[in-house]
Write a protein that binds this ligand. Structure first.
Ligand code: ADP
Length: 401
């Protein structure tokens, strides 16, 4: 079914600009800091998942997509409140049923069509976009918007955890829900405090898809999460006051290094250094904003701003190194893309984004140098990479036709 053929007057359309885990330092699914209840710094990308839906007067929910996945339908019944643990088919129905199960109000049958230009399984949180778009559609159709944005994001995360069996943290869903043009979202995943961080207008982000998809419902993602939890548990035996990863200092980690396998220690190093990088990246962006306000012209990038962008970019390179060597979630293809980007003038920083094990890199680039980076990737990458540029975009919204 084509998207336009299902649009009728007064049918709500959910326009979701998907979130892009900027993982500038972890960030979310990628930096693996959200599930440690640390800070993350994502931004929404200017790609979207669009849902078009209308009540069909029955108790049957029907979903179809133009993305090549099979259609499915299910009955609205108390059964949908039980987690499916990835057993529903086709697989993508788990995400949808999970969101229906979280929604706080009785829903009637619907016909829904999904269209998206977010690559699936590329670390760009297509699944969170789907969940948040579905939740937003239900809000639009029922008129029930009683949940806060944070609660909505956490419920969409629960749908992914318990229905799709992906043990992700809350970053992707939070950014898909609350992303705002021109800003990064600093999310403290312990308190769910949100701070909007301005993004310098002279840079844009180039996403390079390595062509190797990840699979987060597999065991490796969960292993890393469990090992990160082990770090905290081991530290707490010696330092019982530690409540979260954010309370662990490098000295504490060193003091208990002998009590844990080296792989666990290195995961601890990644988590602690990512937390620091997230905060520092956000600080640098605020410093740049202050510098811009003080400058009498916004048409040039001053030496001070240039130096700060280099510092921020260096944090991205460090984040990638740590993801590759301490957290061990990179791939040879992602590493190759990083090394290509590192040598291109005008590229400030580059890192993998998303959960790793494949997917995409994200590059912070001077707007005037994007072409040079595209050319370098096209000429030097040994695989077939697809690239696109993005700025910081909007989270989910409703458009009435
Ligand atoms: P990503 O990094 O893209 O979020 P995930 O593995 O977490 O990767 O999620 C990808 C899965 O989400 C897909 O395999 C599919 O099941 C589901 N999905 C995402 N977007 C869509 C869509 N537009 N239509 C149908 N299913 C989707």
């Amino acid at each position: 079914m084509s998207l336009s053929s299902s649009v009728a007057p007064s049918v709500p359309v959910i326009d979701l600009t998907h979130l892009f885990p900027l993982h500038l330092t972890q960030s979310g699914s990628g930096g693996h800091i959200d599930h440690c209840h640390g800070p993350v710094l994502p931004m929404a990308i200017t790609r979207r998942t669009v849902l078009v839906g209308r009540p069909n007067g029955t108790s049957t929910v029907r979903f179809s997509t133009d993305g090549g996945l099979p259609d499915f339908e299910f009955e609205i019944s108390p059964k949908i409140l039980e987690p499916t643990h990835a057993k529903a088919t086709p697989f993508w129905s788990n995400y949808i049923i999970g969101v229906f199960a979280q929604f706080p109000r009785n829903i009637q049958g619907l016909d829904v069509v999904v269209h998206s230009d977010i690559p699936m399984g590329g670390g760009l949180s297509s699944s969170a976009a789907l969940e948040v778009a579905t939740y937003t559609l239900l809000e639009a159709l029922t008129g029930d918007t009683s949940r806060t944005a944070v609660d909505k994001a956490l419920q969409c995360m629960k749908a992914e955890n318990d229905w799709a069996n992906v043990p992700c943290g809350c970053m992707d869903q939070t950014c898909s829900t609350m992303g705002q043009a021109g800003t990064l979202l600093l999310v403290d995943c312990l308190t769910m405090g949100i701070t909007r961080i301005p993004l310098y207008h002279g840079v844009c982000f180039l996403v390079a898809d390595s062509g190797h998809k990840h699979k987060l419902e597999g065991s490796e993602f969960k292993n890393r999460k469990d090992q990160a939890a082990d770090v905290k548990a081991i530290v707490r035996k010696t330092f019982p006051d530690v409540q979260s990863h954010q309370d662990i200092t490098p000295e504490m980690l060193e003091a208990v290094r002998k009590d844990m396998p080296d792989t666990t220690y290195r995961i601890g190093v990644h988590v602690l250094t990512e937390i620091k990088r997230v905060h520092r990246f956000a600080e640098i962006m605020v410093e740049i904003e202050t510098e811009c306000s003080a400058a009498d012209s916004d048409t040039h990038t001053s030496d001070t701003i240039e130096a700060k962008l280099r510092q921020a970019g260096q944090l991205m390179f460090e984040a990638h190194n740590s993801s590759a060597n301490n957290y061990c979630v990179s791939t040879p293809e992602l590493n190759e893309l990083i090394e290509i980007a590192r040598k291109v003038p005008g590229v400030y920083g580059s890192r993998l984004t998303g959960g790793g094990f494949g997917g995409c890199t994200v590059n912070m680039v001077d707007k005037n140098c994007v072409g040079a980076l595209e050319k370098a990737i096209r000429e030097q990458y040994s695989g077939n990479a697809t690239v696109f540029t993005t700025e910081a975009g909007e989270g989910a919204k409703v458009e009435q036709f």
